[in-house]
Design a protein. Structure first.
Length: 203
């Protein structure tokens, strides 16, 4: 199975037909898709003016979308490297029980669904690398009350998410499923209250 780098080379290869180059970019999202596969594809298409179903898009736009994805992947790989080094030091020092952030991190290893968006068309509009930097900054500081990506405070607990973890706090501003370790217990409680209110209004 081809890896991210070999697929990226195919996207850039002018000798390949455009359908293959587009297909290779889609396959890159099986290796790294911060919002989830469909939402990341929708984000890249929107930012680089690619029609989602166009089988022969402008090659310059394909490459620009790939470059955005690569920049975000570099940010995430650097974070994962630092994370792995920290866990090694902690284990060496006798701290073997993982923290809540470690549990979250295990589910996102490799960068898939780091800032998962439950609805493919509802996702942040900022460049992927900027979104990941904001998220990483929040993971490395004390929990807060706002979405780490857009700063919004309207966060609602959802029980019917389309992908794992199947439930959790969702930012109604930018659409990400907010990692629970970045929220205070008060913010989590407020999100659950908001979720119950939404369910009651539907019933």
């Amino acid at each position: 199975m081809a890896g991210f780098r070999s697929l990226a080379r195919q996207v850039r290869d002018a000798r390949c037909d455009l359908a293959l180059r587009r297909y290779s970019l889609r396959k890159c999202l099986e290796r790294f898709a911060p919002y989830g596969h469909r939402a990341t594809w929708d984000h890249l298409c929107a930012r680089h003016s690619i029609e989602p179903e166009d089988r022969a898009p402008d090659p310059a736009r394909l490459v620009a979308a790939l470059e955005e994805l690569e920049q975000a992947r570099a940010v995430w790989l650097a974070y994962e490297e630092g994370f792995a080094d920290r866990r090694k030091r902690e284990k060496h020092d006798g701290l073997r029980r993982p923290a809540s952030i470690d549990d979250w991190h295990r589910r996102t290893w490799g960068g898939n669904g780091v800032a998962r968006c439950d609805r493919p068309t509802a996702h942040p509009s900022a460049p992927l690398d900027e979104v990941l930097r904001r998220l990483i900054a929040a993971l490395e500081t004390e929990p807060g009350v706002a979405c780490p990506v857009c700063g919004g405070t309207h966060i609602v607990w959802r029980q019917d998410l389309a992908n794992e973890p199947w439930f959790g706090p969702v930012c109604t501003g930018c659409g990400i499923v907010v990692p629970q370790p970045v929220l205070t217990s008060e913010a989590m409680a407020a999100a659950k209250r908001a979720g119950r209110k939404e369910l009651a209004s539907v019933a």
